[in-house]
Ligand binder design. Structure first.
Ligand SMILES: [Zn+2]
Length: 252
């Protein structure tokens, strides 16, 4: 695997010597990979950002920040017990304009990189997430076009474990906000974010934002075929949540 160095000055030390326990997947949402690389290495940007790796549309892998350092890609976010996601994670940006499919050659490069990163750092499958999973109130990347299923089939992301009993009472639970909230929490999603220096940001996700984030990852077909369901939980959402929770119970 060839990795091109493109060092970014935008990093600091992982806080409290945090271990690398997560991977966060993003799309750049910019016009070109070169534009994204310029932004991610610009220390004079008014909001300096970075990531550990960027993969362009041809499958070229760039490394911007050393894995042991803390890159700035997650922002105000939360996942399971992780409040400072940047300190606990590796950030991978995929060049994508936010609308297009991810080319096969780019996915293949991501798979190779993930295999290596996960193995070396012993990262649990539960903690391979998208930016929208950890910041549902403000992020939509890597988006509904990103093929999570493909990663799950290769053991590079969580694979849900459906059972017939997941259907039990599912339609009623979908209408019950408290019960639904509990399911999202069990699956690792967090509705509110700890107060920190980013206090000027909105730090709560609404139920609708949470449902959309979950659907992007676990029910992406809704976005092309059943757009009336976007942001609305129904029995299928509850069933999916239950099967995701079942799989995530096997995580650390
Ligand atoms: Zn992102």
């Amino acid at each position: 695997m060839q990795i091109i160095k493109r060092p970014s000055p935008n990093f600091n030390e992982r806080k409290n010597k945090a271990k690398i326990e997560m991977v966060v997947i993003h799309f750049t949402g910019m016009k070109s990979a070169e534009d994204a690389l310029n932004k991610l290495t610009d220390k004079n940007d008014k909001n300096p950002v970075s990531c550990h790796y960027l993969i362009d549309e041809k499958g070229k892998i760039y490394q911007l920040v050393a894995e042991e350092k803390r890159a700035w890609h997650a922002g105000v976010s939360k996942w399971r017990e992780f409040n400072d996601v940047n300190s606990a994670s590796i950030g991978i940006e995929l060049y994508n304009d936010g609308k297009s499919e991810f080319p096969d050659i780019q996915m293949q490069a991501l798979e190779k990189l993930l295999q290596d990163v996960i193995k070396r750092n012993k990262i649990d499958k539960c903690n391979i997430v998208g930016h929208s999973d950890i910041a549902p109130h403000r992020k939509r990347d890597p988006g509904e076009k990103f093929n999570w299923n493909r990663l799950a089939e290769l053991g590079l992301a969580l694979k849900d474990e459906p059972q017939l009993k997941d259907r039990f009472n599912a339609a009623a639970i979908a209408e019950d906000e408290i019960a639904l909230k509990k399911l999202f929490n069990e699956a690792g999603y967090r509705f509110s974010y700890s107060k920190n220096r980013f206090n000027n940001f909105k730090n709560k996700a609404s139920m609708k934002e949470m449902i959309i984030a979950f659907q992007r990852r676990w029910q992406p077909e809704i976005f092309t075929r059943q757009s009336y369901k976007i942001g609305r939980a129904d029995a299928s959402t509850v069933k999916k949540l239950r099967s995701v929770i079942r799989a995530s119970k096997k995580c650390k």
